[in-house]
Design a protein around this ligand. Sequence first.
Ligand code: HEM
Ligand SMILES: *[C@@H]1O[C@H](CO)[C@@H](O)[C@H](O)[C@H]1NC(C)=O
Ligand SMILES: *[C@@H]1O[C@H](CO)[C@@H](O)[C@H](O)[C@H]1NC(C)=O
Ligand SMILES: *[C@@H]1O[C@H](CO)[C@@H](O)[C@H](O)[C@H]1NC(C)=O
Ligand SMILES: *[C@@H]1O[C@H](CO)[C@@H](O)[C@H](O)[C@H]1NC(C)=O
Ligand SMILES: *[C@@H]1O[C@H](CO)[C@@H](O)[C@H](O)[C@H]1NC(C)=O
Ligand SMILES: *[C@@H]1O[C@H](CO)[C@@H](O)[C@H](O)[C@H]1NC(C)=O
Length: 480
Amino acid sequence: MIWTIFLLVQAVLLYFFVTNRSRSKSDPPLDKGVIPWLGHALEFGKDAYKFLNRMKLKHGNIFTVRVAGRYVTVLLDPHSYDAVINDSHSLDFSRYAQVLMERIFNLRLPHHQPAKEKTMMKKHFLGMNLSALTSTSSRHLQALLKAEMPQNQKDWKEEGLFNFSYSLLFKAGYLTLFGGEQNNNSTDPSSIYEEYKKFDGLLTKMARGTLKPEEKRKAQSVRLRLWELLAPAGLTEDMGASPWLQAYRRLLQEEGADEETQKKAVLMQLWATQGNVGPAAFWLLGYLLTNPEALTAVKREMETLETSLLDRPVNTPVFDSALEETLRLTAAPFITREVVQEKTLHMADGQEYLLRKGDRVCLFPFSSPQMDPEIHLEPQKFKYDRFLNEDGSVKRDFYKGGRRLKYYTMPWGAGTNGCVGKQFAINTIRQFVYMVLTNCDLELCDPNAQMPEVNASRYGFGMLQPVGDLLVRYKLRSTH
Ligand code: HEM
Ligand SMILES: *[C@@H]1O[C@H](CO)[C@@H](O)[C@H](O)[C@H]1NC(C)=O
Ligand SMILES: *[C@@H]1O[C@H](CO)[C@@H](O)[C@H](O)[C@H]1NC(C)=O
Ligand SMILES: *[C@@H]1O[C@H](CO)[C@@H](O)[C@H](O)[C@H]1NC(C)=O
Ligand SMILES: *[C@@H]1O[C@H](CO)[C@@H](O)[C@H](O)[C@H]1NC(C)=O
Ligand SMILES: *[C@@H]1O[C@H](CO)[C@@H](O)[C@H](O)[C@H]1NC(C)=O
Ligand SMILES: *[C@@H]1O[C@H](CO)[C@@H](O)[C@H](O)[C@H]1NC(C)=O
């Protein structure tokens, strides 16, 4: 009895000691929230954008909040981002990545070699291999799109644009990067897509550790099913198997990962390579369909291209600007680092703040630069030519506080941990949009439809997704 009381008192004291942190002069403004331990976790998870904007109004461009027992310093001044992105010595990328890996994929890599992995990825996603990937993906997209069209050329088919874009790009991406020919006995891409969508719906809760018991069971069973479906991927040396996945498997084996671990790692790669492209293509097509002027401009540019050119680098400044604008509005990743060694952060305005060891640092480029009204006029509005100069060249000059910005939009992250698949993603989306606009008639079911709202619980997890969908109808374009 006495021991119990003693331990309880100890626990309470320890709790108090650990959580009752106060602000010193060199710290950023501290906002712990009213709920013990949890702090701002609920508000953060519900709508991070809204929450961070509220904090920004209250405290300015840098502040520390308590979230589920952790202290997170949020930095929202794009002029100061390099100070965080550049310092991989004091600010570690992989620790927090490992936490997420474990929570989402139940994955722990034994002798993980991130640098070696990065080099391997670059080799496969850039240079000569990029054009091979792009043409394989083009071939799959063409076949899948054809199969999706109504048989009779006079009939329209109705569908949600999000599902249409996501399913086609996911399946094409899966066939390209995870191998297998369609209708061969490799795993059917449609069933992987259906399972993946269920997994995707639970992903943010897995990352935050807020699954309810029945959701936990569902998450586990979906994960198990995906592991089984992906188990053979990249193991065989057939035609159609993906050199990238084979190389990834070899790397895992070198690191001493057993079969079980490999399956989990392959699911993680499915997420990293397929989770963003479909949603991005959806937003782009949606903005084009709801902005006739933009649609006309992109179509006019595409008319000047030949199909065969799409396998090679092509100059499409109008399309590029429309995509950049789409991603400005809908790409919302956090860039998170763990402070492994106390650091003084030098802000661009001359202020200095102490970052404490054990805290996390988080950049949220969606807030600024992307939706910052000082940088982008009317930031809520889709303007397809926002990233074009008057003379049609790419616009790279954007300013905040009178100074030119290095980062005026950051959908791909930045620095050494930026997206390695960027160019492949751009090529794939360009092909998809080109094919849909030239081979099909695609239109809104309701000509006055507006873009759906954003699902606010996904801020911080890469591409945003819509609540509901945008209903469209399509058919093969008749060729006279
Ligand atoms: C519109 C599409 C895409 C967007 C917006 C996007 C965005 C991002 C971002 C923001 C990161 C950095 C994550 C972080 O800092 O933690 C990232 C990482 C990554 N992306 Fe993409 N991505 C896209 C498509 C792709 C594609 C098509 C591939 C591969 C074919 C790919 C492969 C990767 C990989 C492997 C990483 C991990 C890099 C690392 O761990 O250092 N991405 N992506
Ligand atoms: C960060 O690194 C980049 C390139 O490595 C360099 O151009 C830039 O000046 C650095 N910025 C800071 C704040 O250290
Ligand atoms: C393409 O990938 C292969 C491995 O499949 C690699 O040997 C080669 O160096 C890569 N090519 C380039 C240009 O990076
Ligand atoms: C989503 O797309 C897939 C494949 O294109 C299709 O089979 C399925 O019926 C679609 N689902 C909805 C709800 O439209
Ligand atoms: C493909 O089918 C053959 C014969 O039915 C079988 O031996 C092989 O394991 C299958 N391959 C895969 C990847 O399922
Ligand atoms: C919003 O996204 C979350 C996480 O992906 C999902 O669980 C939820 O069902 C979505 N809400 C709506 C209304 O689509
Ligand atoms: C299936 O894959 C094998 C090689 O594994 C290949 O020889 C065959 O042509 C493929 N079949 C189809 C229908 O693509």
